[in-house]
Design a protein around this ligand. Structure first.
Ligand SMILES: Cc1cc2nc3c(=O)[nH]c(=O)nc-3n(C[C@H](O)[C@H](O)[C@H](O)COP(=O)(O)OP(=O)(O)OC[C@H]3O[C@@H](n4cnc5c(N)ncnc54)[C@H](O)[C@@H]3O)c2cc1C
Length: 448
């Protein structure tokens, strides 16, 4: 087999993957369709273009999961972090950059690398042989999207995300909420208690609808058609269709008995469903939304039981091409049905520049190791990179899989630490200490 590594897409993930593999001594070809074929969001033909915000978010590697991912990428000699540090702008605790010089540096550094070449043009089909990483991002070209669907089945490649907010389980008030599936459906007790229910009185429901209608919403970007369908309408659009619509839809109060107040019949019920096998995250069922982030926290904290909710991720609906990775990819990021092809970046179902670059870093190392005939385990589960890859290739619920940011809810608990808000600082420090140690070990193993 050809020993070259072909990478489709020179965005955050593709650029990082190329850098990592090239530094391991592998010849890399980046196939990038811009500027010949444009997307509605990119403005240039450069590699590593930031399509919207100029921020890589928090740089705090002790108390923030994104900051921890920065740390791991720096430790692994990551290109995206090195270039971001070089182009850094003052932004408090965040890592913000001058976007023009950032993508110039990414492009020039890769072009100057003796092991990297760039072949302009769109890849329209899934290659049959050779080593490939597909890192075509949320705006994967439609020809390639069609080819991926032909391989995976249409239902396993989505073109829009419909993200319902995700809440940390520990922040839900269980004196108000209770566990029960509608009509106690399910064979096992676990299934009969698969949902967390938050009850509302008539007054609470009316106030909630008023707040939904009044909340500030985001617009779709130019060229990003509002192609969402009735199955995943934003809740505020449902509320606009009629004040009772939600009460007959995702908030219907039927088949449920409040275990705290069995005699009281709720007027409406908000349901949350477990989002990961660890049981640390719950998504609010059917609550995809285009409300602005600030408005979302205000409105969702009106739900009884969620007054003090901490959100691992807020809701949204975007144009976003992504795989059902839990069913399609192995932990080496290979397509199970065509293992010569890896996927990386946002198309794997992670969300954000940093997460996408991190998945590129991992895919680049794994692919290069394979080409060189070296066995390399995927990143350890207790690192930030490992927690993400573990989530998308196995830990997430496949049926309801939606793109995910890195967050501490993806991490396995550290024994002996206090739960709840009070213990948060110590807990996050313990997660980040453990992650740094595990990740350093993983890197060290590759140097030996
Ligand atoms: C409108 C919009 C706004 C966003 N805003 C933010 C934000 O503010 N902050 C944030 O963290 N994330 C944001 N994102 C998500 C962001 O796109 C990702 O975080 C990140 O860019 C993903 O990196 P990636 O490498 O997976 O994809 P990209 O960076 O998009 O790179 C994919 C590359 O593949 C190329 N390509 C696509 N198809 C083909 C093909 N068939 N052949 C060859 N090349 C191809 C594309 O031209 C592109 O260069 C936004 C996404 C969109 C769509």
């Amino acid at each position: 087999m050809d020993k070259k590594l072909h990478i489709v897409g020179g965005g955050m993930a593709g650029s990082e993957a190329a850098w990592q593999a090239a530094n391991m001594g592998v010849q890399v070809v980046i196939h990038e369709m811009r500027p010949e074929i444009e997307t509605f969001a990119h403005q240039t033909g450069k590699l590593g273009e930031m399509v919207c915000s100029n921020s890589f978010r928090s740089d705090d590697d002790e108390q923030n999961a994104v900051g921890l991912l920065h740390w791991e990428m720096r430790a692994a000699n990551g290109l995206i972090m090195a270039m971001a540090d070089r182009c850094r702008l003052p932004a408090g605790g965040a890592l913000a950059v001058d976007r023009e010089s950032f993508s110039d540096f990414v492009t020039n550094t890769l072009m100057d690398h003796p092991n990297v070449s760039v072949e302009p043009g769109e890849i329209r089909d899934l290659p049959e042989d050779g080593h490939w990483i597909i890192a075509t991002g949320p705006l994967t070209s439609s020809a390639l999207g069609t080819a991926i669907q032909a391989e995976t089945g249409a239902e396993r490649l989505a073109f829009f995300d419909a993200i319902a907010p995700i809440v940390y389980a520990e922040s839900i008030d269980m004196d108000v909420a209770w566990l029960q599936s509608r009509y106690d459906k399910g064979e096992t007790e676990e299934e009969q208690k698969a949902y967390l229910n938050c009850p509302m009185t008539k007054d609470q429901y009316e106030a909630f609808i008023d707040a939904l209608l009044a909340a500030e919403k985001t617009e779709f970007h130019d060229g990003e058609t509002a192609g969402y369908f009735d199955g995943c309408l934003p809740i505020e659009v449902m509320a606009e269709r009629g004040r009772e619509t939600l009460r007959h839809g995702p908030m219907k109060p039927v088949g449920l008995t409040n275990s705290h107040k069995p005699e009281e019949k709720a007027y409406a019920v908000v349901q949350l469903r477990r989002d990961n096998t660890l049981g640390t995250l719950y998504n609010i069922v059917g609550f995809q939304t285009k409300m602005k982030y600030g408005a979302q926290t205000d409105v969702f904290r009106m739900i009884p039981g969620l007054e003090h909710a901490s959100f691992a991720r807020l809701g949204g609906i975007h144009r976003n091409t992504f795989l059902n990775s839990p069913t399609l990819l192995d932990d080496q990021m290979r397509l199970k049905s065509k293992p010569n092809i890896r996927f990386a970046g946002q198309v794997t179902g992670v969300e954000g520049y940093v997460e996408s670059a991190a998945m590129g870093l991992l895919a680049g190392r794994l692919a290069a190791a394979e080409i060189l005939g070296i066995h390399l385990d995927t990143a350890p589960q207790d690192s930030a990179m490992g927690a993400l890859i573990h989530h998308i290739t196995g830990g997430a619920e496949a049926k309801t899989f939606q793109p995910m940011n890195v967050n501490f809810g993806l991490f396995r608990p550290v024994d002996g630490l206090k739960g709840g808000r009070r213990g948060r600082k110590d807990r996050y420090k313990a997660y980040t200490d453990r992650a740094k140690s595990e990740f350093s070990q993983w890197l060290k193993g590759q140097d030996e």
